[in-house]
Design a protein around this ligand. Sequence first.
Ligand SMILES: CCCCCCC[C@@H](O)CC(=O)SCCNC(=O)CCNC(=O)[C@H](O)C(C)(C)COP(=O)(O)OP(=O)(O)OC[C@H]1O[C@@H](n2cnc3c(N)ncnc32)[C@H](O)[C@@H]1OP(=O)(O)O
Length: 285
Amino acid sequence: MPIDARKALAAEPRSTEIAWDHKDVQLYHLGIGAGTPATDPAELRYTLESRLHVLPSFATVAGAGMGVVGGLSAPGIEVDLAAVLHGSQTIELHRPLPVSGGATSTSGVSAVYDKGKAAILVLRTDVADAEGPLWTSEAQLYVRGEGGFGGERGPSARLELPGRAPDLTAERPIREDQALLYRLSGDWNPLHADPDFAKLAGFDRPILHGLCSYGMVLKAAVDTALDGDVGRVRRWSARFAGVAYPGETLRVRMWRLDDGTLQLTASAAERDDAPVLADALVQHT
Ligand SMILES: CCCCCCC[C@@H](O)CC(=O)SCCNC(=O)CCNC(=O)[C@H](O)C(C)(C)COP(=O)(O)OP(=O)(O)OC[C@H]1O[C@@H](n2cnc3c(N)ncnc32)[C@H](O)[C@@H]1OP(=O)(O)O
């Protein structure tokens, strides 16, 4: 059986050493659409090494990504990459991310849910350096066709949107070559680059990496709602509610909640606001 939940959950978490430097950070920022000083001089904080700050979602690619090439393989898990969609992602920052660094990353499967038509794999990663914990991340992978193994169904709660107009709206164009640029940060999944593979996975053309929209939307939130200060982000969580395609425009709606949290949605402006990110929250100082 491609997913053996008991074996996957019983496996010891795996530790690897990761390292990154300013070039990785700059490439990541370009991959999520950082602009040029001609559009906004403040953009140089994302692209010029002497002013560089690190958008916290860089944590999702730090250390050269996930090595997903042919499939997802781990104890108890052997699934075809064409069946995998990124379902949701959370990162929690324990400290601001340094421009360059080295750390130990420890990952494991923390839950496996059975949605009938799909399985959900929950992967947790804890990253720490000599000074202590840096970040914790949780990825949920939606694996089509792998449910029905008799497992627990897992949570299904959805966040209600505030019943009022958004406090802020931002639009972010996705470059035609955005996915080609983004994949250089480590997610080489052909779903985002190869039209034949995309068709095999059931899409008319390559789709954008979930983590690329995840970074683009966090950047929009930091730049418009958090004074451009990446150090204010404590936690960023979102569900991938629908695909986004290169060439589209992400429309980001933001609400400031009473407890200080920022709630967001992102949609594809050209497709009647089809949902891209939902259940999205930025916790910040
Ligand atoms: C460490 C990191 C490794 C990364 C590896 C991944 C490599 C990457 O390169 C891959 C990608 O980036 S893929 C691109 C990003 N993702 C997407 O575009 C997916 C967009 N979402 C969809 O298409 C649908 O929501 C879809 C298809 C996900 C679900 O739609 P439906 O089938 O219509 O689902 P629905 O009938 O509404 O619900 C069925 C049950 O599943 C739960 N669920 C739905 N969407 C979920 C999601 N996004 N995440 C988690 N759970 C989800 C529902 O709650 C429901 O369960 P229940 O009935 O118990 O409530």
